[in-house]
Ligand binder design. Structure first.
Ligand SMILES: [Zn+2]
Length: 447
């Protein structure tokens, strides 16, 4: 007997076979809104702003923590002491940040430049010679704020990180290891070539300073109190003849932010009170006061719902989806994946019992009971799903915010869509997986 055809065997199904033609149509139209969101949101601050606006548009309230994390609370029918349903995604993405004193001139190449320090796990060679935009805020000397979003409109200028031509890169780059070929300190942004004729020296630098003062009222010291982020200026695009995929910057993890936002806004009268959380700083280890490791914001939200509740009891009874993306099986590089357990694009959401690396080190390992509960929920709602494991054993690995919430006593599992080219300037998702993600979060919040 052919084992694969056994009624007792398990095989992953394609989302294309699980969904009806109508659902496939719905998935495509759902993703139009998603692309629009991605196009407007290139930083964690912009994500929180847009999420707040969409939420307010639905006459709902967002609780915002220091411009970079936020929450939406939905009251349920059951008492709060029976626990919360929490979905948590992160709104920061890998990028290049400007250094505190970024501006310098490279008189040999005749370029004015900004120095950067990369943020999160990037493959540095992917960030050179692509159009980049500048987003963020500068707090001026008098305390007023200037907001930047430059390089998105077709008429805006863009910026770039120069790289060496192939004719001259033999010695200095080609024979090096891929990770050493482009040094972090060389990820400087080219920002202009015009000279200030009136200056005796620093003609390039002064020309930029004059321009920044004229357009934004900035002086050089203002950069010290700034958060300026250099991100790809690509627009979100359909990918493939069948338009089945989305290519865009920042889908890790704004795909989960958008789908959980849409889910919570579509849920009415749920049994359990829920908090949909959007956090910052996941890509640098969830450090800082807007991250998942800082539980103070969450505690304040629980107190906001009921000031007299036993917070520990609420946490112990709470169930959480850590909504983050998973690595999709990548063509030509399948050897790093254990194919039975890894997730592929277009096969639905990926459910990871554990993440971590080398012997499940540093992993949240969800209990069989909780995985069973989520599995039943997915099957009951006929949502296409697959298991996820980030690479073969001892081939690397990674983590999510799951462990920080399980430490608080909650049941936590990772559920999100697979992504191709994760952390690249142009990340790829499947429209059906994105839609499956929305359906999953909605089912979870409705329970
Ligand atoms: Zn992520």
């Amino acid at each position: 007997m052919d084992e694969e055809k056994s009624e007792f065997g398990y095989t992953k199904k394609s989302a294309w076979e699980c969904f009806s033609d109508e659902q496939i149509q719905e998935a495509y139209s759902f993703c139009e809104g998603y692309k629009d969101f991605l196009g407007k949101v290139k930083t964690e601050r912009e994500a929180i702003d847009v999420i707040s606006k969409i939420t307010e548009h639905h006459n709902r309230k967002t609780y915002v923590n220091k411009h970079a994390s936020a929450a939406i609370i939905t009251k349920g029918l059951k008492p709060l002491s029976e626990g919360l349903r929490i979905i948590i995604s992160h709104v920061d993405s890998p990028r290049l940040d400007l250094k505190q004193i970024p501006l310098f001139e490279d008189s040999e190449s005749n370029l004015a430049m900004f120095q950067t320090h990369y943020y999160g796990g990037i493959k540095k060679f992917q960030w050179v010679t692509i159009p980049l935009s500048i987003h963020g805020v500068v707090i001026k000397k008098d305390g007023s704020k200037v907001t930047f979003s430059l390089g998105e409109d077709i008429n805006d200028p863009v910026f770039f990180v120069p790289d060496l031509l192939p004719h001259l890169s033999h010695k200095i780059q080609d024979n090096k290891k891929l990770k050493d070929a482009i040094q972090g300190e060389y990820l400087d942004l080219a920002i202009g070539t015009k000279l200030d004729k009136n200056s005796e020296k620093n003609k390039l630098k002064n020309a930029i300073l004059n321009k920044l003062h004229e357009e934004y009222g900035l002086i050089e010291e203002d950069f010290i109190s700034a958060e300026l982020e250099i991100v790809p200026s690509f627009k979100p695009r359909d990918v493939g003849f069948d338009r089945s995929m989305i290519g865009a910057y920042g889908q890790d993890d704004r795909v989960c932010a958008y789908t959980s936002l849409k889910a919570v806004l579509d849920v009415e009268n749920p049994n359990y009170t829920s908090i949909v959380l959007f956090v910052d700083k996941e890509e640098i280890g969830s450090e800082g006061n807007t991250s998942a490791q800082s539980a103070t914001f969450l505690r304040s939200l629980i107190t906001e719902i009921d000031p007299n509740v036993d917070i520990d009891k609420v946490m112990l009874n709470s169930k959480v989806i850590s909504a983050d993306v998973d690595a999709a099986i990548t063509p030509n590089y399948t050897e790093v994946f254990e194919l039975k357990n890894a997730s592929a694009i277009g096969k639905g959401i990926s459910m990871s019992k554990y993440t971590g690396h080398g012997g499940k080190y540093s992993a949240n390992d969800a209990s069989a009971e909780y995985v069973g509960e989520i599995r039943r929920m997915l099957n009951d709602h006929q949502i296409p799903w697959q298991t996820g494991e980030l690479g073969k054993v001892d081939n690397g690995g990674g983590g999510t915010v799951a462990k920080y919430f399980s430490r608080l006593g909650m049941s936590v599992i990772d559920v999100g869509p697979p992504v191709l080219c994760m952390h690249a300037p142009f990340e790829i998702t499947s429209k059906l997986d994105v839609y499956a993600c929305y359906l999953t979060y909605k089912a979870f919040l409705t329970q």
